[in-house]
Design a protein around this ligand. Structure first.
Ligand code: ADP
Ligand code: AMP
Length: 213
């Protein structure tokens, strides 16, 4: 089961991808999480990626594509995976398709989590992420049991730098210019599935499960 999550930043891709990964027992691969882990560990990739991420820009394709192509070739991806935050450009999608085609494989589901722009800034300014395990919450919609503390690991929750409103607007513009064209790309391939991301988290997940079977 090879799944791609599409949608604006803050649409709920990560929230849903984690649940999909757990229900279908496949890895959740988030390029944003991979970059943030590299930044935390001070790697060269992390330092390069940070200069783009801080401005709300996309990290260049050449820094992302090989990383994902290698990751999906790993043993734990044999049964499939859910990609969250990749592809974000047409060249990334083409590179993934070309790499999979070499082994006679293809993406099976591209799930577009639809949320209008006017909801996004609110979603992102309320998002809190755990500094240690990366779990995400929303201060109003999906609050942790204790304010500022991760339910899963007990560490501190923070507002990501790139979730501040001025950066979010940049990210939304870039989403419309560079990532939204992927909706047509996967529609043409006949694998696009749309879900209403404005519903409650559990209702969105039910819609997705109805699609995946
Ligand atoms: P993405 O991975 O698409 O950037 P996230 O999954 O991190 O987005 O979700 C963005 C924010 O919105 C988070 O704070 C998350 O807790 C919250 N959120 C996710 N899904 C819903 C939902 N269905 N309703 C309300 N808030 C949600
Ligand atoms: P995310 O956690 O998915 O919201 O990603 C956070 C940031 O990481 C994005 O705003 C980009 O700067 C960068 N990023 C993540 N995935 C990609 C990708 N596939 N292509 C380019 N940049 C990416």
């Amino acid at each position: 089961m090879k799944i791609i999550m599409l949608g604006a930043p803050g649409a709920g891709k990560g929230t849903q991808a984690k649940q999909i990964a757990s229900k279908y027992d496949i890895p959740h691969i988030s390029t944003g999480d991979i970059f943030r882990a590299n930044i935390k560990n001070g790697t060269e990739l992390g330092m390069k990626a940070k200069t783009y991420m801080d401005k709300g820009l996309l990290v260049p394709d050449e820094l992302v594509v090989d990383l994902v192509v290698d990751r999906v070739a790993a043993k734990d991806c044999e049964k499939g995976y859910v990609l969250d935050g990749f592809p974000r450009t047409i060249p990334q999608a083409e590179a993934l398709d070309a790499a999979l085609a070499k082994n006679g494989e293809n993406v099976e589901f591209a799930i577009n989590v639809e949320v209008p722009d006017e909801n996004i800034v609110k979603r992102m300014s309320g998002r809190r992420a755990c500094v240690a395990c990366g779990a995400t919450y929303h201060i109003e919609h999906i609050p942790p049991k204790t304010e500022g503390i991760c339910d899963t690991c007990g560490k501190e929750l923070i507002l990501r730098d790139d979730d501040k409103p001025e950066t979010v607007l940049n990210r939304l513009n870039i989403y419309h210019e560079q990532t939204q064209p992927l909706i047509d790309y996967y529609n043409t391939k006949g694998i696009l599935k749309e879900v209403d991301g404005t519903k409650d988290m559990a209702d969105v997940f039910n819609e997705i499960v109805a699609i995946l079977g």
